[in-house]
Design a binder for this molecule. Structure first.
Ligand code: GLV
Ligand code: MN
Ligand code: MN
Length: 416
């Protein structure tokens, strides 16, 4: 097998541009929520590229799309992949890069007439972002057997539409049996979405672990009243508690210190008018830590703060867990293969922890898995300003190519 084999940089970069048209937000970014019309258009494009390549195509009941290239021995595939959905104010690379780089790996092998040692497959997982339907990483979580299909399909968006209805509507409620699709080994390529690689002047990272994620929705019910006539001492102000909660989260993270992070990403007030004390607030809380005990400590401190705030302000508070995933250690052998291949491609690398959630963390439940990161310019992501240098995107895809070939040869995915 040729160690000087390289992906087509032009084709990869052109396809990234072509895909970004679907959900183009006009400011350099992309809004392509899971199972929306924009998601359908991106899926159709990806499916057409897989078909052009002559891949075996499969769509499972949660809408995950798979393209598979047969290898020399039977068995589960070495899989790569990521997601096509974005957050509301997303960029062009988060998810799309990993999917299209996987497609590019298969295209490169086909062009070179190379049959890999075992099957290779590329996946586009449904609803990784969890913005429209919670929990996040849903398609890969269902594939891994970590969340019942029926529960996932019945999750509703804020307009009351279920994921199941929406997948039917866009034509991606597939029927392929999941057992036959599960990988023997998984490697995901992604932009870092943080500042570390750029600051250190490195081109790639072998991601060895990923922090735990805890998402909670807090509903605060107080009493609406006149903003001018109600004395401060008689208020039951849901808006005040929501604002205080946002502040508490910052103080919590500061007090616990890195790597604890805490974010209040959404506050909705009712009735949301200038001269009425809010009767209801909906607040989201995102807590993350790479150490499970510390994450549990942050959750416990949040709960006791909520109990105390309810008493002090005379409001009712209910919280609902929207997503909860423990920290993940990736597979040392897969991490080692990525590092070795980076060295032989002359790419400066380091090991690192992922701060973001990824489909690879769900695949790690069922097979050896790890990830490759490439630098994000200025560490910006989940933003229209998200970008990476073309040379880094190409280098990452070449590292993915050689890592997948090496994993296929090594037998990490099954008996060689
Ligand atoms: C997904 O992008 C997440 O980490 O929230
Ligand atoms: Mn992503
Ligand atoms: Mn994301």
């Amino acid at each position: 097998m040729s160690s000087d084999l390289r992906i087509s940089a032009d084709r990869l970069l052109r396809r990234l541009e072509e895909l970004a048209v679907h959900g183009d937000s006009g400011d350099g970014g992309v809004c392509r929520l899971a199972a929306s019309d924009e998601d359908r258009a991106a899926r159709d494009q990806f499916r057409a590229w897989l078909q052009d390549l002559g891949c075996e195509l499969a769509i499972d009941p949660i809408g995950n799309i798979f393209g598979r290239m047969p290898g020399r021995r039977p068995g589960p595939p070495v899989m790569t992949g990521s997601h096509l959905d974005t957050v509301t104010t997303g960029g062009r690379l988060d998810g799309a890069y990993g999917v299209l780089a996987g497609l590019e790996v298969l295209a490169t092998l086909r062009d070179a007439g190379i049959t890999p040692a075992c099957d290779l497959s590329v996946a586009a997982f449904t609803n990784e972002e969890g913005v429209r339907f919670t929990p996040d990483m849903m398609g890969s979580l269902v594939l891994a057997g970590g969340y019942p299909l029926a529960d996932a399909l019945s999750r509703q968006d804020s307009a009351g539409k279920t994921l199941g209805e929406e997948l039917q509507r866009i034509g991606y409620a597939g029927a392929a049996p999941m057992e036959s699709l599960r990988p023997g080994c998984f490697v995901e390529l992604h932009i870092e979405q943080g500042p570390v690689l750029e600051a250190e002047g490195l081109q790639v990272a072998a991601v060895e672990n990923l922090q735990g994620i805890s998402w909670t929705q807090v509903e605060i019910r107080g009493q609406a009243n006149h903003a001018g006539t109600t004395p401060m001492s008689l208020r039951r102000d849901a808006g005040y508690v929501a604002g205080s909660l946002a502040r508490f989260l910052r103080e919590l993270a500061d007090d616990m210190g890195p790597p604890q992070v805490a974010t209040c990403g959404r506050i909705e007030l009712e009735p949301n008018v200038i001269n009425v004390i809010p009767r209801r607030a909906l607040v989201t809380v995102d807590l993350r830590n790479v150490v499970e005990d510390r994450l549990q400590e942050a959750e416990a401190r949040l709960q006791s703060w909520l109990e105390q705030a309810a008493v002090e302000e005379g409001v009712e508070i209910e919280s609902e867990i929207l997503a909860r995933f423990e920290p993940v250690d990736f597979h040392q052998e897969v991490v080692g293969v990525i590092e070795r291949e980076a060295r032989s491609l002359g790419l400066a690398s380091r090991r690192m922890t992922s701060g973001a959630g990824h489909d690879a963390q769900m695949m790690a439940r069922i097979c050896p898995a790890a990830m490759i990161f490439v630098p994000s310019v200025a560490g910006v992501s989940h933003s229209p300003r998200e970008t990476s240098l073309e040379a880094d995107l190409v280098a990452g895809a070449n590292l993915l190519l050689h890592s997948m070939l090496s994993l296929a040869e090594s037998g990490v995915a099954g008996t060689p």
